[in-house]
Write a protein that binds this ligand. Structure first.
Ligand code: CDP
Length: 215
């Protein structure tokens, strides 16, 4: 039967790794909504739009043709025919994505795409910030992954081979930007199950979520 899992949480909470592993475990697909915002941001930067001009951002966002990979083992993304797997993780995109994601027309467009992808797959794990609250409030399981700021920065800097202190500062900056929006996508849906992953390993978190899914 249909199975939709919403995994929300801040950067470095382990969302991506856990969501991919969970998707493989249930033989389902994986949707990284953060990668969608990042791919649109890449196109906006390519197009040279002024990040202070929401109309210019929205125009490029709506014209961008996205190819969205949902294979949990190889979730490749392309924008306007160019593979963007590497540049969407770079500092330029990371520095601009919160501004792009704050534009209401961008969110409206991407939420509609996300809902269409969810409708097209029987089993799907969807990762993001506003999945339980906005994109898929009827999901079968909604989890909110958290971890201490130090643990999140340590994970992210290990992934990207970057300095821990600089990473912690960048995560704090984005958390603040993301949560200061009119519609706060970091806000936890009231019925989401919070899982603090600070002292937990990946396997432990995945097993815990599988248990919740089967209960
Ligand atoms: O690096 P991190 O795990 O934080 O980010 P991500 O999941 O790749 O998302 C990058 C950015 O996209 C976030 O900082 C948010 O600004 C935005 N985002 C959003 O607004 N809504 C989502 N559902 C997913 C991401």
């Amino acid at each position: 039967e249909k199975c939709v899992v919403a995994v929300d949480g801040p950067s470095g909470s382990g969302k991506s790794t856990v969501s991919r592993r969970l998707a493989s475990a249930v033989d389902g697909v994986y949707l990284d909504t953060g990668a969608m915002y990042r791919a649109i941001t890449w196109a906006v930067l390519q197009g040279g739009a002024d990040l202070a001009d929401p109309d210019a951002i929205a125009k490029i966002a709506l014209e961008t043709e996205l190819s969205i990979g949902t294979d949990p083992l190889a979730p490749h993304f392309a924008a306007n025919g160019t593979n963007v797997d590497a540049p969407i993780r770079g500092s330029e995109v990371t520095g601009a994505v919160s501004a792009v994601a704050a534009v209401p027309a961008v969110r409206k467009h991407l939420v509609a795409l996300q809902r269409a992808i969810i409708a097209a797959h029987p089993r799907i794990i969807v990762e993001g910030r506003d999945i339980a609250s906005v994109v898929a409030p009827d999901a079968d399981l909604k989890v909110y992954l958290t971890a201490s700021a130090a643990a999140r920065a340590a994970r992210r800097s290990a992934e990207n081979a970057t300095d821990v202190a600089a990473t912690e500062a960048d995560l704090a900056r984005r958390d603040k930007l993301d949560s200061s929006r009119a519609v706060d996508p970091l806000k936890q849906a009231s019925d989401a199950i919070e899982v603090d992953t600070t002292g937990m390993g990946i396997d432990e978190v995945v097993q815990h979520l599988l248990g919740l899914l089967n209960s």
